[in-house]
Design a protein around this ligand. Structure first.
Ligand SMILES: NC(=O)c1ccc[n+]([C@@H]2O[C@H](COP(=O)([O-])OP(=O)(O)OC[C@H]3O[C@@H](n4cnc5c(N)ncnc54)[C@H](OP(=O)(O)O)[C@@H]3O)[C@@H](O)[C@H]2O)c1
Length: 427
């Protein structure tokens, strides 16, 4: 019998017991299959079969016509189509198993951030050497700090990402191959895996994450946002029940946790946000005492209304015009925790700081901090944060983008304020 198939035969796994289970399904498909031949789709693989036995053979792509490469088996159009589909899927699976995608930074940003700054590359999946393991990333965190890491600055708290290198990011994933004594296949892990589908690591800076913690919660609460909020608030803010705290970027991943921790500790909490939707969320869902919309409110009047006794703690996530209004209203011995200045991250002319006279007169403490200095405290910070989470005092929302490449435009959501909650990419 003449065969119209090409010669790229693809060997299929064949386990008789396993595939016989599917024979009932084969019967159901009999009407679309010619005479004594039928097909069975199992996990996306197609098996050509005679009436008695499944053929433990190869499935080949059929290019045209209805002839069969297998003596005694007739092929109709449905079989042909299914075989070809299965082969395409198998090839996709095979190729995705032997290579993976990564995104390199190739240009430094000037303004908005998009695909023009990056190149997507395919790399062969590496084999772990002794002491290494391979992680298949499932979620990548996007963070405003990345805008700084991509920039020109060589004098920051962490080295910039060099052109041609994989873009730096933290993420969550599953160990898929391991020659490391402490990490086993199937472990859920978190670490600085970068913008890539797979990451090879020796375990430095990688932590196991209990599988009972949903990935979105792990990244939104127990990863950078929660650690930053906890370190900033308790390490420098010295919050006391009855005091008033203002937090900017209050509906963001860090700000929303800062506000909820302070609220749980008995402070009066005012959040600064850029939309009425976010104002509504922090007040009505998270229980903040008030919200200032920095885009539409009369800032001075609104702060006077919401914080009539002045401000004791200011947790600064954004900078921008609100800073001056808060600074003027700080109480004596107030604490200002400088966590982020997103309003200036892409600005050619960052705003000047406030006059220092008030720092003396009000005896203010102002402390900037960055989390890489506190990496060694992760356990301690989790121990502080976890009871609040267990008591149901920390709510979060995750803003999930789909697919590796979505990261390239995703960072702009921070600048427009369109991210609603912790921004992350699902791979
Ligand atoms: N020091 C550290 O180690 C550390 C660690 C983590 C994060 N951070 C910093 O903490 C801040 C918050 O980070 P995050 O991850 O939680 O981000 P996020 O708050 O979830 O997202 C950033 C938010 O900033 C607001 N924003 C953007 N442009 C603004 C502007 N010009 N003026 C005022 N607000 C603006 C937007 O909210 P609106 O819609 O409300 O404007 C946006 O949604 C960032 O500055 C980040 O760099 C610092």
């Amino acid at each position: 019998m003449k065969s119209d198939c090409d010669h790229r035969a693809i060997p299929l796994r064949f386990v008789p017991g396993e595939h016989r289970i599917g024979i009932q399904r084969v019967d159901a498909l009999k009407s679309v299959v010619a005479e004594d031949a039928f097909f069975l789709r199992n996990n996306g693989l197609v098996f050509v079969s005679s009436e008695e036995d499944l053929w433990p053979v190869h499935c080949r792509p059929f290019n045209k016509g209805l002839s069969s490469p297998y003596p005694g088996v007739l092929i109709n159009h449905a079989i042909m189509q299914s075989c070809n589909d299965a082969i395409t899927n198998q090839q996709k699976r095979d190729s995705s198993m032997s290579t993976y995608k990564a995104i390199n930074l190739v240009k430094r940003p000037a303004g908005t951030i998009g695909p023009e700054l990056f190149e997507v590359v395919e790399k062969p999946v590496p084999e772990p050497a002794e002491g290494e393991f391979l992680v298949k990333q499932t979620y990548m965190s996007l963070d405003p700090a990345m805008m700084g890491w991509m920039g020109e600055d060589t004098n920051s708290y962490i080295p910039r990402v060099e052109l041609g290198d994989v873009m730096r990011s933290s993420g969550l994933g599953e160990v898929v191959a391991s020659r490391h004594p402490d990490f086993a296949v199937g472990d859920q892990v978190m670490g600085m895996f970068g913008w890539q589908e797979m990451a090879l690591t020796d375990g430095t800076g990688v932590n196991k994450v209990d599988k009972s913690v949903p990935p979105e919660m792990a990244l939104s609460v127990f990863a950078l946002p929660g650690l930053t909020a906890t370190q900033g608030l308790y390490g420098y803010g010295d919050p006391k029940a009855g005091e008033t705290l203002v937090v900017s970027g209050a509906a963001g991943s860090v700000g929303s946790i800062v506000g909820q921790l302070a609220k749980a500790d008995g402070l009066r909490v005012i959040g600064v946000v850029g939309s009425d939707e976010k104002a509504d969320w922090i007040v009505n869902e998270l229980g903040f005492d008030g919200a200032v919309n920095y885009k539409t409110d009369d800032l001075g009047a609104k702060l006077d209304e919401l914080a009539p006794e002045g401000i004791d703690v200011y947790f600064e996530n954004t900078g921008g015009p609100i800073q001056d209004y808060v600074f003027e209203r700080m109480n004596a011995h107030g604490r200002i925790v400088v966590c982020g200045m997103i309003a200036d991250y892409t600005s050619a002319n960052p705003r000047p700081g406030p006059n220092w006279m008030r720092i003396i007169k009000k005896r203010l403490s102002i402390q900037g901090f960055t989390m890489p200095d506190h990496r060694h405290k992760t356990k301690e910070l989790h121990a502080k944060l976890t009871p609040y989470v267990q008591n149901g005092q920390i709510k979060y929302r995750a803003h999930v983008l789909e697919g590796l490449e979505s990261a390239m435009n995703g960072l702009n959501l921070f600048l427009t304020g369109e991210n609603k909650g912790k921004l992350m990419v699902k791979l």
